[in-house]
Write a protein that binds this ligand. Structure first.
Ligand SMILES: Cc1ncc(COP(=O)(O)O)c(C=O)c1O
Length: 389
């Protein structure tokens, strides 16, 4: 048997829906992009959604629209996909790493305030693997220090915090539609915001800075009049081909979440009952985990500075064993402060953010996708159970 870590399954309707924009000829930031944005508003409860080309560009655009620039500092968790840091760095600002909490893999809110300086402009909490960061605490800190908040909700599809969908707490929320995510348009991203002024700037800046989009201009009676470009913008426009797939997937959004949640529940039960050396993802009533990924901590014994390399080796042996049995796994994600660019530029070492280091070296994500069959699940469970640690 061969079981991938994630699997993209497109339905018959998704195959067909691609033809729609091809037939109309409106293939970029047109009616289907607007429809996808409306559907995203309904799903998340956000007032505005702005479709872009990826979560990376969503983060970059959000920060640029907030005038983050050289000399500014932005606090981000040290455990996240590198794109969170790259978005800050590419504006010439400095990403300031904050360690995570073990229980949730998310930014440790108790450590944020110590990192705030006169140059701090924003915080980017990441809802890692689909679990919301502690947004009440983060918003309280941001308010007290007058900081902007950009939620990195790349993995945040269907994730809720105290009943509200993520992406509704900060100034903006940034989502990803990469194939490793629950909804995919190939590449793609979405920004949510409840700010009526900011959204105008985001819409303009995704389209070279133009205050009127091509589609609006063509629909107006005077399509020959070009708009003003008051901002330095980018080309972060989503295509209608992508948006068409997005719209079609939104029709089964709740079903996609439900299936992921059911599979996560099966893993929880199996691991809790049989595998004491794996720690399952955090759940509690105030958080609805979206399960972009099912990530456990591989913990055959308490992990500390002394045994981390040895446990990392054991985890890798376990991953090797599963791979040789056809089961794909991955580390949860990487600790950005350990990647060469950041390590060298900011003179960091692994120990600076110990929890992130441990989470990087000792976490393991198991296959999770809606079409995972019972047969596949039991095969994975059997192989994990048979493993001699
Ligand atoms: C936490 C996080 N932020 C940002 C990104 C970047 O998303 P995209 O690939 O859509 O640019 C990812 C992608 O994996 C991610 O996991």
């Amino acid at each position: 048997m061969k079981i991938p870590i994630a699997k993209t399954v497109f339905t018959e309707e998704e195959y067909k829906c691609i033809l729609k924009p091809l037939e109309t000829g409106w293939v970029v930031q047109g009616p289907l992009v607007s429809k996808f944005e409306e559907l995203w508003n309904s799903f998340t409860g956000a007032k505005h959604s702005v479709a872009v080309t990826s979560c990376t560009t969503a983060l970059h655009l959000s920060l640029a629209a907030m005038d983050i620039k050289a000399g500014d500092e932005v606090i981000i968790p040290s455990l996240t996909w590198v794109a969170t840091a790259n978005a800050v760095e590419s504006l010439g600002a400095k990403p300031v790493f904050c360690d995570i909490e073990f229980q949730t893999f998310n930014i440790c809110t108790d450590k944020i305030e110590k990192l705030i300086t006169k140059n701090t402009k924003a915080i980017i909490p990441v809802h890692l693997f689909g679990l919301s960061a502690d947004m009440d605490k983060i918003m309280e800190i941001a308010k007290a220090h007058k900081l902007s908040v950009v939620e990195d909700a790349a993995c945040g599809f269907a994730s809720k915090y105290k009943g509200r969908h993520v992406g509704n707490f900060g100034d903006t929320g940034c989502f990803s539609f990469h194939p490793r995510k629950a909804i995919t348009t190939g590449e793609g991203g979405m920004i949510t915001t409840n700010n009526d002024e900011l959204v105008k700037k985001l819409r303009a800046m995704r389209d070279h800075g133009a205050v009127i989009s091509d589609h609006e201009r063509h629909l107006s009676g005077k399509p020959y009049l070009l708009p003003d470009f008051p901002y330095l913008g980018f080309n972060y426009r989503m295509t209608d081909i992508q948006a068409s797939i997005g719209c079609t997937q939104m029709a089964r959004a709740e079903q996609i979440y439900e299936k992921r949640n059911i599979i996560a529940g099966k893993y929880d039960k199996f691991i809790n009952e049989n595998i004491p050396w794996l720690k399952i993802p955090f759940r509690n009533n105030e958080y609805r985990h979206g399960f972009q990924a099912y990530v456990c901590l591989f913990e055959p014994e308490k992990i500390n500075e002394k045994n981390i390399e040895e446990i990392n080796k054991k985890r890798n042996d376990f991953m090797d064993y599963l791979q040789s049995n056809g089961i794909s796994t991955r580390p949860g994600t990487h600790a950005v402060h350990m990647l060469s660019y950041y390590k060298n530029k900011y003179n960091l070492n692994s120990w600076n953010y110990l929890n992130s280091y441990i989470a990087y070296y000792c976490s393991i994500a198991f296959p999770l996708f809606p079409s995972l069959t019972d047969e596949e699940f039991y095969y994975i469970a059997e192989k994990i159970k048979d493993y001699k640690n």
